[in-house]
Design a protein around this ligand. Structure first.
Ligand code: OOG
Ligand code: NI
Length: 465
């Protein structure tokens, strides 16, 4: 009997989750179909250039999921399930600060980290942890009730966790254990039929719809599953044409003629889903909850810290101008700001070290005995090296907050006179029991190893390190 490796488990898990979610939320299936059509059309129209940021095979299979848990203990457990799939926590996002309405969570993303693993299957899961200790959202009494409720539930059966630990330790599972693991893992993210305690759910909902979604029920569920598309503007038009009401913007950088950077995302609100509700007198009635949604994304080039600082600064300019000119379309303002300040080519992004690339010596570089130049910009310009963009594999706190907010039923409440509880990547690492990795360090490592190779080949070790 053959063993199933971690990446095969990851690919199978992503595929089964997708199938399960399609049964639960039919509009997701429409989204996947339209995404595939758009990708095929883009490939036909642009040829090989369409695959510059990922092969069509990878892009078509690519998904990210989003889940939400209530306690550090639950987070540590889900980290074991993802650890089995070769996914590691990367990045720290504080959505409490990024959102204007009440989104009391901090987050990380579990994903593969090395290039080969990403190429095999890049499945990632944006994972949020509720923050009951933050007094801006929860008073001491509600916090205590919430923590007691969360301590009394079990999201992941012990058998699942045992199999997960084994898969992680042995880097594979025998076929029938793999089957069992996948069933249990997918089952843990299915929507539960257990009646929801209506009064408790509503108590939390008054504070925050996200808090109710996480702490108002005794199980967890996949919140959304996001396909990747090569032309998100076209996808937006086609979904709208099919009568699906999208949120009114595409989050992230604007559409423009220069290189795509980071991440552009948009979403639609899923229909209300029927859920059994237990009323205070003990009877079970049928109710409906509208918490899940459909999201789609287009991925661009990863930015360095300097590039990211520029991106954040430009978003600030856009906000300012949009406030001053409420009549003007934000997308137009954004495009104009981009055209003025964002480098218009990959070569410039590389030369200014604003984005990450892998570099390699050009096959047709000068062979006349001349010495190569010593800066990236000149090496590229004079044809000594070629650069391939490194795709952004992570998330954007502001876009994430925008997606959260645009799909919430109410604003919730938030007492800004209180001091928020401070959390950071180090705290989250402690809670998970695993290091939360720094995304910049991962991209830098990939770029640096390619540069080291270039330096050796071109005898430039002094200049390029
Ligand atoms: C997560 C929202 C963030 C994204 O793609 O930025 C997210 C959630 O709704 O739980 O998924
Ligand atoms: Ni998402």
């Amino acid at each position: 009997m053959s063993a199933i490796s971690q990446w095969q488990l990851r690919a199978a898990f992503a595929a089964r989750l997708s199938e399960m979610y399609g049964q639960e939320v039919p509009a997701y299936t429409t989204l996947v179909d339209v995404s595939r059509e758009v990708n095929e059309d883009v490939l036909r129209a642009r040829g090989a250039d369409a695959e510059r940021l990922g092969s069509i095979g990878r892009v078509t299979a690519e998904r990210h999921g989003a889940i939400r848990v209530g306690t550090p203990r639950e987070l540590a457990q889900v980290a074991r399930v993802f650890g089995a799939l070769g996914m590691h926590p990367v990045g720290f996002y504080d959505l409490r600060e990024a959102a204007a309405s009440a989104v009391p969570v901090i987050s990380t993303a579990f994903r593969p980290v090395d290039g080969e693993e990403l190429a095999r299957n890049p499945f990632r899961v944006f994972t949020s942890l509720l923050t009951p200790a933050d007094p801006r959202f929860f008073d001491p009494d509600l916090r205590a009730r919430l923590e007691t409720f969360l301590a009394g539930r079990e999201l992941f059966p012990p058998e699942l966790l045992a199999l997960a630990d084994r898969a992680e330790a042995e880097k594979e599972l025998p076929e029938d254990d793999a089957e069992r693991f996948l069933q249990l893992a997918v089952g843990a993210f299915e929507l539960s039929g257990e009646p929801v305690d209506k009064a408790w759910y509503e108590t939390l909902e008054r504070v925050s719809a996200v808090a109710a979604d996480i702490g108002g029920v005794r199980s967890t569920h996949i919140n959304h599953l996001t396909p990747r598309v090569l032309d998100i503007d076209e996808l937006y038009r086609r979904m709208t044409d099919r009568g699906i009401e999208m949120i009114d913007t595409i989050q992230g950088p604007p559409a423009w003629k220069g290189p795509d950077v980071l991440l552009r995302q948009t979403s639609f609100r899923a229909l209300a889903e029927p859920r059994a509700m237990r009323t205070p007198d003990g009877s079970v009635v049928s109710g409906a909850l509208r918490v899940r949604f459909g999201e789609v994304e287009a991925r661009g080039i990863a930015l360095t810290r300097e590039g990211r600082a520029l991106y954040d600064e430009l978003l600030g300019h856009i906000d300012e101008q949009a406030n001053r000119n409420p009549a003007e379309a934000r997308s137009e303002i954004a495009r104009a700001v981009w055209e003025r300040h964002m480098p218009g080519s990959e070569e410039e992004l590389a030369a200014e070290q604003l984005a990450y690339f892998t570099y390699r010596p050009a096959d047709d570089r000068p062979r006349d005995g001349s010495r190569p130049p010593t800066t990236i910009g000149e090496l590229l310009r004079q044809g000594w090296v070629r650069a391939e963009p490194i795709v952004y594999e992570d998330f954007l706190p502001r876009s994430a907050a925008g997606i959260f907010q645009s799909n919430l039923s109410g604003e919730g409440t938030r007492d800004n006179d209180q001091e928020g509880t401070a959390y950071d990547a180090a705290w989250l690492s402690g809670a998970i029991g695993r290091d939360v990795l720094d995304p910049y360090a991962l991209y830098t490592r990939q770029q640096s190893s390619s540069l080291a190779h270039v330096a050796r080949e071109l005898d430039l070790t002094d200049a390029l390190g």
